[in-house]
Design a protein around this ligand. Structure first.
Ligand code: KMH
Ligand code: ZN
Length: 274
């Protein structure tokens, strides 16, 4: 079997408002429908943020459990819950996300300026979250918003050992105002500093989404796409559905001779529990 590209879809996020972006999936039905379409188009992992009845970001534990169950019932996707939530979410709520028993969770490796806000991930919180992933046998995806966060990841692994499953998988989140720029030279600098043997994907926020996608494919990485990261498909053309972004990523990956990775292969690569 030839090399393939793991595609993660991040369909919702916590930053866009449904009123501004009507195509954003915010209800459970919309999320499940999106997930099915994206799986059919080549996604293997779904990075999930959920919303409440007013379409506001929430980390409500029972909603998270219901979401994990619904995605498992309707798709074969690897379910990755966000522990980043929204910038206003308290640490306790973010730690409790793991009680919903996802296959994976995100784990951001440091505090970063996030536009006009600050996304808080101090070292003691990172360690507590990491130890909880190890205890509960949830595979973390290490989110790296800046080069210093790569150093923090290396420190975390040195001090606290390997994640559940034994494999390290990272996601470079590039182009956030205040984080690492979304360009090829920054991507190469980050990739060179990653832990030995780690696999990685990359995503570029907003207008950096295409440059980062092409740089990641050139450098042998995997891809994350979705309306969490960009709501514009091309200049003057809003994204009308997440599947558009997954289809484009799958086409680019196929063109790079590394087509979309089947979900079964992604489960083996990431060493998730189920
Ligand atoms: N919404 C951002 C503040 C994650 O999902 O872990 C953080 C974020 C990262 O989206
Ligand atoms: Zn997220």
């Amino acid at each position: 079997m030839g090399a393939t590209t793991l595609i993660t879809v991040a369909p919702t996020g916590a930053e866009s408002a449904k009123a501004d972006v009507p195509a954003l999936p915010v209800t459970l039905d919309e999320l499940v429908q999106t997930a099915k379409e994206c799986e059919a188009a080549g996604a293997a992992v779904i990075h999930v943020h959920i919303r409440d009845d007013d379409a506001r970001p929430t980390l409500d534990p029972s909603r998270l459990r219901d979401t994990v169950a619904a995605l498992r019932e309707s798709t074969g996707l690897i379910v990755q819950l966000s522990t980043g939530g929204a910038v206003t979410d308290p640490y306790e709520d973010r730690l409790r996300v793991l009680d919903a028993e996802p296959d994976m969770c995100s784990l951001t490796c440091g505090t970063v300026n996030f536009g006009d806000d600050v996304f808080m991930n101090p070292w003691p919180f990172m360690v507590e979250l990491y130890q909880r992933t190890q205890e509960l046998e949830v595979v973390p995806e290490f989110e790296l918003f800046d080069l210093g966060q790569v150093a923090a990841l290396n420190r975390l692994l040195d001090k606290h050992g390997l994640p559940y499953g034994g494999h390290v998988h990272c996601d470079l989140v590039m182009g956030v105002p205040g984080g690492i720029p979304g360009d090829a030279r920054s991507l190469v600098a980050a990739v060179e500093a990653l832990p030995e043997g780690a696999t990685w994907s990359a995503t570029g926020i907003g207008r950096t989404s295409l440059p980062v996608m092409f740089a990641a494919l050139s450098a042998g990485g995997h891809l994350r796409v979705g309306m969490e990261d960009t709501v514009t498909f091309a200049k003057g053309r809003p994204v009308t559905a997440n599947v558009q972004l997954v289809e484009r990523a799958a086409s680019a990956a196929a063109l790079a001779q590394r087509p979309a990775m089947p979900v079964a292969d992604a489960r083996a690569l990431l060493a998730v529990k189920r």
